[in-house]
Structure formats: C-alpha cells, structure tokens
Design a protein around this ligand. Structure first.
Ligand code: SAH
Ligand code: SF4
Ligand code: F3S
Length: 464
C-alpha cells in the first residue's frame, strides 16, 4: 500500500546534531518544507508526518547517537502511523545504504549537499512507498534551489563555503562534506542583505575552513574572507560579524587587518582551533602550522585589539601523545589564556589516516588529561568572566530570557550570555550593559545606555 499523499496540513520535525553548518542546513530544510511544500514545523516527534534527524559523525559517540536517538523516539514517544523517517547530514553521507540495514524503519537518507532535494525525495517516498537515498556531492547547487528566510534570527548563520580540502589526519569532514567550494560573492551578499532585511543584526559566516573562502566576483577575480567581511560591514542595519571555523594556516594578513575596529564590524572575539600545543603532534595531525605561528597570529591580532578574546578546540590523546606533548598544550592554554573553549578525547574515524596509527595511550590516561585540561580551560574562562564584572559593554539583545519573563537576554562580543531586566522592545537592539554578576553558565547585568548613546527605554534605576 502506498503511503498517503502529501497534504498541506502535514508536519515535519527536525532535530539537529553537530556543528553550526548542520544547524544552518536544518533551517534551510525547514524553509524548503514550509515554502515549497506547505508543511508546518512541530516540536512533537509523535505528531510529525516527516521526522528528520540531521546527524554528525565527527566522533564515534556522535555517530552512535543517531541510532540510539531514532530507537529511543520510537520506543518512548512513538511515531505517527505512516510517518516517514529521514536521516540527513554527515552520518547519512558516511554510512549511506548501511543506515537502512541498521535501522530498517528509516525511509530517506540524504547527504549534506543534497538537502534541496528533500521535498522531492519525501514526495517520491509517499508516492511509491520506496526508500529514497541521495548522498551525492553536486557542487554547490543546494544554495541555488533553497528559498531565503522570511524571518531571521537576530544572530543569523550564513554559509559561505562548503566542504574541506585540508584532510587533517584525524578528521572525517572532508569525506562527509566533500571538496571545498565557495559560493559566489554576489550570492553571499544577496543572502546577507536578505538576512538583515528580515531581522538579523549579527551575521555568523560559516564554513569548515572559512578563511579559505574565495568567492567569484563578476569580473572573474576572487574576493577573500576579509573583503567579504568589509562589504557586509557596510550593510545598513548590521551590528556585528563573526566567522567560524577558521584555520591558522590560512589566516593571512588581510584577515588580521580586518580586525581593525575602524574597518569592519568584527566582534572582539575569535574562535581559532589549535588542536594541540605540541609541534610534534600538530605534524602528525597534518595541521600545517606550528605553535609559534599560532601564537604570532594572536599576538598580531592583539596588537590591533589588546583585549581580543580567543577560544579554541583541542584534541587530547592523539596516538603517540606523550606527557610532555600534553604539557605543551597546557602551556599554550596559559600563554593565550583562552576564553570558553571545546576539548575532546581523540576518536578514531574509519577511513582516516590517523585511524591506522598504533595508539598506545591508555584510555584512562586520556581521560585524566582531558579532566586536567578542562579544569585549566575553565580557570581562564572564569578569570575572564570575573574581569568582566563591573565593566560596561555592548550587548546585542536576542530575545526574552529563558528563565524570567521580565528579563531579556543577549550576548557580549565574547559570546557570553547576559540576562538583565528589559522589555521585548529591546530585542534586536545593541545596548550598553553593565555586568553585575557571574552565574554558572551566564552573566547578569543592567542596562547602562543604548550603545549608540540614545536614552535607554527603561532607566538604570528601574532595572536595579
Ligand atoms: N574545521 C574546523 C573544525 C571541525 S570539527 C577546524 O579545522 O578546526 C570540530 C572539532 O572537532 C575540531 O576542531 C576538533 O577539535 C574536533 N575533532 C575533529 N575530529 C575529531 C576526532 N576524530 N576526534 C576528536 N575530536 C575531533
Ligand atoms: Fe577537519 Fe581539518 Fe577540515 Fe577542520 S580543517 S574540517 S579539522 S579536515
Ligand atoms: Fe559533524 Fe558534519 Fe559538522 S561531521 S561537525 S555535522 S560537518
């Protein structure tokens, strides 16, 4: 019996795992289902006609989560009779048909570069009752087929390039996302304008290797990331620009220049993954830079912005990592004084060169190193938060606070969430906020003034 045909009252549910590129892909899939297929979103998996899990395979644990999540939903919440279950993203790309074998109730498998075909695969699945799969890498056509946002978040993602050519020895991304490819400069600018027109005040430029961006211009020359940031900074209404993730090897002089506050709207923050503080390990990881090079980038940036906050990603327990390699990482953490960062135990990924290396470091040692590292990272992040108390700084208001209805919530330039008394009228504005208190995962504050010197809507005394 064919599954029932699509109707306009159908609902979809999406859960996203993994990085910001996946989050943006999920938004684009949602836009497509709403605008081109007249479906409605739901947050309740058991009432969805189409259930999509957008997956990540960066570490083994992430990959395993896919099957446990699908099984858990099935058991505890139940799927609607006739619901179509789809697996999207990097696990889809990596495991392809294998997914149908491991989870026979999955009907659609769709890779990250073909998300624009989701609606068609769904219709085909309904029409024929056959499983559908598309994990191909058709250049960068997805952006030409997906509708723009009709409403944007105050802080909005904009994917400017896809894939990765770096082939770091431990990493699965080049295999799941394919070759590096940049979108045209004019297409990116068109999307940036549309994001600002539909409410965005901050744009986060996305790519696995975002500073390798080279977007074609009309005259067939190429614009790099610095030029793109400079152009977006001139759009009316844009308050802030961030980019992630950049690579130290391709961090050139033009990007360092772009940190001149007079030139662009870049935040006083940079996320620059270092992975290890040992040159020996960096070489084995095939990262193509030295610790000294990494430090010199940060020093040159801090010449322009003495207070620049830097966060990073670190892998511990890479095959062959000795105690002294690990100590070098701890040393680097103290040298840079990283702000809130991410750290992981190395996870061998199938098909990557590092997975062939003999790994003699016991898991207990890796766990103990991770705990020491995280404690040190936390120490510096707390120090930075303590330094912020009493300071007044620009905060972009993103919404009503999750915990208290009479409070609003925004972010500082170094990505700290600040909650403070205010009203919905402040959403989307940049305020000067005095930080008053540090809490477990956020800060509290009070409005000092509008950042552009207008009077605050409510006075500081009302907020106290
Ligand atoms: N393109 C980015 C990061 C992509 S993945 C970059 O080059 O930095 C995000 C982070 O996951 C990486 O920075 C790395 O720290 C971590 N990671 C990637 N592969 C991993 C693996 N096999 N085991 C553990 N952590 C890994
Ligand atoms: Fe993975 Fe390296 Fe590419 Fe980052 S630069 S996505 S770590 S291969
Ligand atoms: Fe994960 Fe794929 Fe992103 S492996 S980190 S979802 S690019």
């Amino acid at each position: 019996m064919a599954r029932q045909m699509q109707t306009s009252s159908q609902r979809y549910f999406i859960k996203t795992q993994g990085c910001q590129m996946n989050e943006r892909d999920s938004e684009m899939m949602g836009n497509q289902l709403q605008q081109q297929h007249q479906m409605q979103p739901t947050t309740n998996v058991s009432e969805a006609d189409l259930v999509i899990l957008n997956t990540c395979s960066i570490r083994e644990k992430a990959q395993e989560k896919v099957f446990s999540e699908l099984g858990r939903w099935k058991k505890s919440l139940g799927y609607k009779e006739n619901a179509v279950i789809a697996v999207a993203g990097c696990v889809a790309s990596q495991e392809a048909e294998q997914i149908f074998k491991r989870a026979p109730f999955v009907q659609i498998v769709i890779g990250p570069q073909t998300i624009h075909r989701l609606g068609d695969l769904y219709s085909a699945c309904r029409r024929t009752n056959q499983k559908q799969i598309d994990v191909s890498f058709p250049a960068i056509e997805k952006f030409d087929h997906l509708p723009m946002n009709t409403r944007s978040n105050i802080s909005a993602y904009l994917t400017i390039m896809e894939g990765c050519n770096k082939f770091c020895s431990y990493c699965i991304v080049p295999y799941t996302r394919g070759e590096e490819i940049s979108r045209n400069f004019s297409d990116v600018m068109h999307e940036a304008k549309s994001l600002v027109q539909t409410g965005a005040r901050e744009i986060i430029l996305l790519g696995q290797n975002v500073n390798d961006y080279y977007g074609k211009l009309h005259d067939d020359t190429e614009a790099n990331l610095a030029l793109l940031i400079t152009a977006i900074s001139q759009l009316n209404g844009i308050e802030r620009i961030r980019f992630t993730t950049s690579h130290p090897q391709a961090f050139d002089e033009t990007l360092i220049e772009a940190y001149d506050p007079a030139q662009t709207k870049l935040c006083n923050h940079l996320h620059l993954p270092v992975q290890s503080g040992s040159n020996r390990i960096l070489k084995k990881m095939k990262r193509d830079y030295t610790v000294e090079h990494y430090i010199s980038i940060i020093e040159r940036l801090r010449d322009k912005r003495p207070n620049l906050r830097v966060s990073t990603d670190i892998i511990v327990g890479f095959p062959g990592e000795t105690e002294s390699d690990f100590e070098a990482t701890m040393q680097l953490v103290d040298t840079i004084k990283f702000d809130q960062s991410f750290s992981f135990i190395y996870s061998p990924r199938p098909g990557t060169p590092a997975s062939e290396l003999i790994d003699e470091v016991p898991l207990s040692t890796k766990k103990e190193r991770l705990a020491r590292l995280q404690q040190r990272l936390k120490y510096h992040a707390n120090q930075i938060a303590n330094e912020m108390i009493g300071e007044t700084m620009p905060v972009l208001v993103e919404g009503i606070s999750k915990k208290r209805k009479n409070e609003i919530s925004g972010r500082t330039e170094n990505n700290r969430i600040v909650n403070f008394p205010g009203t919905a009228a402040h959403i989307g504005t940049m305020l000067s906020v005095q930080i008053t208190e540090k809490q477990e995962n956020s800060l509290r504050g009070r409005i000092a003034a509008f950042h552009d010197n207008r009077q605050p809507v409510i006075s500081a005394s009302e907020c106290a």
